[in-house]
Design a protein around this ligand. Structure first.
Ligand SMILES: [Zn+2]
Length: 319
């Protein structure tokens, strides 16, 4: 199979099993990329610090070139498609990275810039949409038609699948669960401009800050708070507050869409049962008319964006 033949593959058709894909996940601090086969085995892996502003797109281009150059010629010719997943607001139809407050770009036209450098068709998508889709279709949500995926990390967002379809808004955005206001009275200001959003209580950064506020002790991050829970009542109280805020933020969507399953993905999901059990209890306490969904950990953890990018490149659509 020649590169020319692969370049003619439709952007939305699944690739043949012998094709390789280039997936790239662009985060606020790091751009990660990998080239994988159909089994998900990585043949080339790399990352680079995310430059601020539109320069990030040059860094993506260079990282992709570097990964492709690591492959022997015959393997390089098997790369059938790439997918780059981006933060913020992404207009896939116009191929425009509309806005990212974290990285600092606005209205960057992606178009042919990656295919011209990499020689393969390239899809772009919203990072959370892809991460949530990957958890639903190929991770912990496999086999379920009604799934709420919550990606817990620096921020909180996720996806909702109803009746076997991923719900997308007209703006391309997906579950902004982190910005549901749940602490109106006495709530903390949120960078979004609102007060008392879920993120101000339950994000990784918020959990760490809350612990320091209560104890005066600086810690490395939310993982340390979870590790202290069994011995430190202050840590337990901070996590209980975060779980309450998460449940308050999710209870409306659970009533509206009745998901069978809530999947917790992202970096914070490393907390495991310390998070899933109390969240299931907190949701059960708040529900009267609809069954409480099961709460499980995501399969891909903090790698959901990158693994999702590769799966999206392989399958060609978020279906
Ligand atoms: Zn907010």
């Amino acid at each position: 199979m020649t590169t020319g033949q692969l370049a003619n593959v439709s952007a939305t058709a699944a690739l043949p099993d012998d094709a390789l894909v280039l997936g790239m996940d662009v985060g606020g601090t790091t751009i990660k990329g990998e080239i994988t086969d159909a089994a998900g085995t990585a043949l080339a892996v790399g990352s680079v610090a995310t430059p601020h502003g539109p320069a990030a797109f040059d860094a993506m281009g260079e990282l992709g070139e570097r990964l492709l150059a690591e492959l022997p010629g015959p393997d390089r010719r098997r790369v059938g498609r790439a997918a780059v997943v981006l933060p913020g607001i992404v207009d896939t139809a116009r191929s425009v990275a509309v806005f990212s407050s974290n990285v600092g770009w606005r209205d960057v036209h992606v178009g042919d810039r990656f295919p011209a450098r990499w020689g393969v068709p390239t899809l772009i998508e919203h990072d959370v949409a892809v991460a949530g889709w990957a958890e639903w279709r190929y991770g912990a949500g496999q086999g379920y038609d009604n799934v709420c995926v919550v990606i817990l990390g620096t921020g909180i967002s996720g996806t909702l699948s109803v009746g076997g379809r991923l719900v997308r808004s007209g703006y391309g955005q997906v579950g902004e669960y982190g910005h549901v206001p749940v602490r109106r009275a006495g709530g903390l200001p949120c960078p979004c401009g609102n007060t008392g959003c879920v993120e101000t209580v339950a994000s990784g950064a918020a959990i760490a800050r809350a612990y320091t506020r209560r104890t005066g002790r600086e810690i490395s991050g939310a993982a340390e708070v979870f590790a202290l829970m069994s011995t430190d009542p202050e840590a337990a109280a901070v996590v209980a507050d975060a779980v309450d805020a998460l449940a308050d933020g999710l209870v409306g969507i659970v009533h509206a869409a009745c998901p069978e399953l809530v999947v917790l993905g992202g970096g914070l999901a490393g907390a495991g049962a310390a998070l899933t059990h109390p969240l299931h209890r907190a949701l059960s306490d708040r529900l009267r008319l609809v069954p409480a969904p099961r709460v499980v950990l995501g399969h891909f953890g903090a790698r959901a964006g990158l693994a999702g990018a590769a799966l999206f490149a392989r399958h060609g659509a978020l279906t």
